[in-house]
Design a protein around this ligand. Structure first.
Ligand code: NDP
Ligand code: HSE
Length: 451
């Protein structure tokens, strides 16, 4: 070592480039605490990667008395998130969730010239136009890798890795809570409510778990993925949506006997000049890779015209996987700080180039259907039901009849050929009007993939 050289070398390489990036975190729940723990554990690796530290200097929370599982000794705590936004920070990380006050805080941070990272898919799906435009006008990066797929880098893959492709189709499991619930119900026979309670305790569920089980969260995420894939503004309201309430334990069992597993799928397809956008529990052939994705794991299948099919899989919910995505955004922002122009636009397309696309009405969408019926155990039942299907030119791909106990009703499960939802609904109405068909029934879509 040359005596005295340390000072001058430091003086040459230290200045602004080596100062820590100051971060203000809004919200210290499941994801916020995991972010602080992960950052503490990986600080030296980050410094080695980018030559500077990431320092969380300010944190906003609601209840200062609540015990937190992270080190807050070097952090200024506040119950006023606005104070964190206006504090001397370079990046604001929004981990509060919901629309308000998250929307106002993110807009204020961007207007104040701060980079923003958020995991808030509800905000981006419902107020995305305003938020993405504000980021573009402010010339500030807006990271949201954590908003879809938890720890899977699906935003970066779709926006950058597949940028050379025209994307034709996205299909995947993008809500960890629903997938966890269906997995627990099917693998362990656990009741819906018990499985939901466990998902909440594991930190997978949204603050209001109806967002998970009613398909709202998956629709928020699908709106974001579709915006990137199809260069269209996020359009949450256009997404057809069904939740887990449609799935009875009998459906899980009968689907299994027919060779399928029920998965909470989100599907976006390009059809000529329009889009098909839907979220619902779906029967998937049991050997397909998506049928094998269990628990809180997410998987997204993306089909591009050049690359063909690609599949991204990993933990889609929970503190650490989500913090992994938040921290990746922070590392990228820190690395490119001062030259944000090198970053792609948030959705991969300049805002002015986004164009709304017509969305196919639900009635016109085509798929196979699974139908479960309870019927009186009398002769001619099957013939009458299949006759109504045949009238609508729907063929039966598979059928399962469960022999009843003496005097009880029989149970039928049918898989149809591919048909429009309108034709299926019409045939179903006629079938339900038959004397021997009981009022309770269940129908779910079946998805066959070409891989
Ligand atoms: P939590 O409910 O666990 O945490 C929310 C945090 O925000 C809490 O610390 C709460 O404070 C704080 N907060 C709420 N309102 C205010 C307010 N007005 N001012 C200051 N602080 C406030 O949520 P998560 O950590 O699970 O989720 C955060 C975000 O990340 C959400 O947008 C969610 O959708 C998203 N996300 C979550 C994932 C997960 O697996 N959990 C995965 C991917 C994304 P206090 O603790 O004091 O009540
Ligand atoms: N509640 C969400 C889920 C968190 O279960 O997928 C991850 O976005």
């Amino acid at each position: 070592m040359i005596k005295g050289s340390g000072t001058s070398l430091d003086a040459r390489s230290a200045p602004a480039e080596r100062t820590p990036v100051r971060i203000g975190v809004l919200g210290l729940g499941t994801v916020g605490q995991a972010l602080l723990r992960l950052l503490a554990a990986s600080q030296s690796r980050i410094e080695r990667r980018i030559g500077r530290r990431l320092a969380v200097t300010h944190v906003a929370l609601r209840d200062p008395q609540r015990r937190r599982d992270c080190d807050l000794s070097a952090v200024a705590l506040s119950t006023d998130p606005r104070a964190v936004v206006t504090a001397d920070v370079d990046v604001v990380v929004e981990l509060i969730g919901g629309i308000s006050p998250a929307r106002e805080l993110v807009l204020a941070a961007l207007a104040a010239g701060k980079a923003v990272v958020t995991a808030n898919k509800a905000l981006l799906a419902e107020s995305g136009g305003e938020i993405f435009s504000a980021a573009e006008i402010a010339g500030q990066p807006l990271g949201f890798e954590a908003a879809v797929g938890g720890g899977i880098p699906i935003i970066k893959a779709l926006r950058e890795g597949l940028a050379a492709n025209r994307i034709d189709e996205i299909a995947g499991i993008i809500n960890g809570t629903s997938n966890y619930i269906l997995t627990e119900m099917s693998r362990r026979g656990i009741a819906f409510e018990v499985a939901l309670g466990r998902a909440q305790r594991l930190g997978y569920a949204e603050a209001d778990p109806r967002f998970d089980v009613d398909g709202i969260d998956a629709a928020h995420k699908l709106a974001i993925l579709a915006a990137i894939a199809f260069a269209t503004p996020p359009d949450f309201a256009a997404i057809q949506r069904d939740g887990l309430a449609r799935v009875h334990p009998d459906d899980i069992r009968l689907a299994g006997e027919l060779g399928y597993r029920i998965k909470p799928l989100a599907i976006a397809k390009r059809h000529g000049g329009g889009l098909e956008l839907r979220v619902h529990p779906t029967l998937v052939p049991h050997a397909h890779p998506l049928a094998l994705v269990d628990g809180s794991v997410n998987a997204v299948r993306v089909k591009g015209d050049a690359v063909g099919q690609t599949l991204y899989i990993g933990r889609g919910a929970g503190g650490l996987p989500t913090a992994s995505a938040v921290l990746a955004d922070l590392i990228e922002i820190a690395r490119t700080r001062g030259c944000a122009a090198v970053l792609p636009p948030a959705l991969g397309w300049p805002q002015a180039s986004l164009a709304p696309l017509p969305v196919l009405p639900t009635a016109a969408t085509v798929s196979s259907f699974y139908l479960r019926l309870r019927v009186a155990d009398t002769p001619g039942v099957l013939r009458a039901i299949t006759a109504h299907l045949a009238e609508a030119e729907i063929s039966v791909e598979a059928i399962l009849q469960k022999e009843p106990e003496a005097g009880a009703d029989a149970q039928l499960a049918i898989i149809t050929s591919a048909v429009t939802a309108a034709d299926f609904e019409q045939a179903l109405a006629q079938i339900r009007a038959l004397d021997f068909v009981r009022p309770d029934h269940s129908c779910l879509r079946v998805e066959h993939f070409d891989d």
